[in-house]
Design a protein around this ligand. Structure first.
Ligand SMILES: [Mn+2]
Length: 260
């Protein structure tokens, strides 16, 4: 039996700056790491080089989370969108230099003018995803899209949103299932079963079912027993990446116990 691949996102120390994050990296007991190309951990050539140097010594594999704080790939202003895509391309290049397994990004959001033009931002979102897929091919990086949380005005949060998206995109794209986000609309198992051939990576954290709290795994209302059962049933073999902001180490032992 193969062991479940469990990893840890460096999101848990995004408040700490880049050098302290590197220090932590050297003490972690995981084989898979996710870097967040945002906030104090924004990547550049030099930082990528440093990470590669550490990876050579500590032998980990990584994924890269795209910047997300100021990013809307469904931005209606095309000049702004072009700039956003440029920024994202730089992130994809860093993912390539890090030999990242995947580059993970968020779908676009509705804006203050969306109601005047129904369906327009949905189309822009599709277009931007096609552009990103093209950039992924250009830089030889597998890009994957994430389900995002309520109550934010994202275009793609539910199973129905993703069904519509996969149907209309006209290209093949895989996804990362964020279990904490799916808990907010009560669709964890539905996502896992319906998109078992699409889901290649997972983000896990816990919450109270109302807010995206990124609690330690086992500290909220996610039914982890059911999650483990469904994971087996759907034969998920990707990385289960802990995205808790608190109790990262406890989450790691909880998942090792749960998933073996
Ligand atoms: Mn996530």
């Amino acid at each position: 039996m193969t062991q479940t691949k469990i990893g840890l996102s460096m999101l848990h120390c995004l408040n700490e700056g880049f050098p302290p994050m590197l220090k932590r990296l050297e003490t972690l007991d995981v084989h898979y790491i996710e870097f967040v190309d945002d906030g104090l951990h924004i990547l550049d050539e030099k930082r990528v080089e440093t990470i590669n140097h550490i990876a050579g010594t500590f032998n980990f594999e990584c994924t890269v989370h795209a910047p997300f704080a100021d990013i809307n790939i469904a931005a209606s202003d095309h000049k702004l969108r072009r700039f956003i895509l440029k920024r994202l391309e730089r992130s994809i290049q860093h993912a390539h230099q890090l030999d990242s397994l995947y580059w993970i990004f968020h779908p676009g959001l509705h804006s203050g003018i969306s109601s005047f033009y129904p369906g327009w931002d949905w189309q822009i979102n599709l277009e931007s995803v096609r552009s990103l897929l093209e950039l992924g091919r250009k830089h030889e990086v597998k890009i994957i899209i994430e389900n995002v949380p309520e109550p934010f005005p994202f275009l793609m949060k539910s199973v129905d949103d993703f069904s519509k998206f996969f149907e209309e995109l006209g290209e093949d794209i895989k996804m990362v299932l964020d279990v904490g986000h799916a808990n907010l609309n009560g669709q964890i198992c539905e996502f896992m079963e319906k998109f078992k051939d699409r889901i290649v990576h997972m983000h896990v954290s816990d919450n109270d079912g109302k807010q995206d709290m990124h609690l330690g795994v086992g500290k909220g209302t996610v039914n982890w027993q059911e999650f483990a059962k469904t994971m087996k049933k759907t034969q998920f073999h990707g990385v289960v990446m802990i995205e808790s902001v608190q109790d990262a180490k406890e989450s790691l032992s909880f998942l090792r116990e749960l998933l073996g």
